[in-house]
Design a protein around this ligand. Structure first.
Ligand SMILES: O=C(O)CCC(=O)C(=O)O
Ligand SMILES: [Fe+2]
Length: 88
């Protein structure tokens, strides 16, 4: 999932809560502008990322997945993401 902002919600006062399951991934977290520098964070099964407040509209995304066959908790070829957001 390429860099994007979660900006469809009407109420930006609540954070985004994102739960990762399955394959490991790399989360990219940038700034308010698409061209801002991006930090990369490894995500493993069960990791939860929360961003809100001044970071609520920061650009973010996930790098293309790579199967990690040495990771015992990873389901081969599958990653699930549960995202909780206040929609309206
Ligand atoms: O898959 C992820 O960890 C991020 C998902 C995301 O950014 C979104 O659903 O808007
Ligand atoms: Fe998003």
């Amino acid at each position: 999932m390429s860099l994007h902002q979660d900006k469809d919600e009407q109420d930006m006062s609540q954070p985004i809560v994102s739960v990762s399951l399955g394959l490991p991934a790399v989360f990219m977290f940038g700034g308010e502008r698409r061209q801002d520098p991006v930090q990369r964070f490894p995500l493993l099964q069960g990791d939860v990322v929360v961003w809100g407040g001044r970071s609520r509209l920061n650009f973010h995304g996930v790098m293309p997945l790579k199967a990690d066959l040495n990771e015992p908790n990873a389901q081969v070829g599958v990653r699930y993401n549960l995202t909780f957001r206040k929609a309206c």
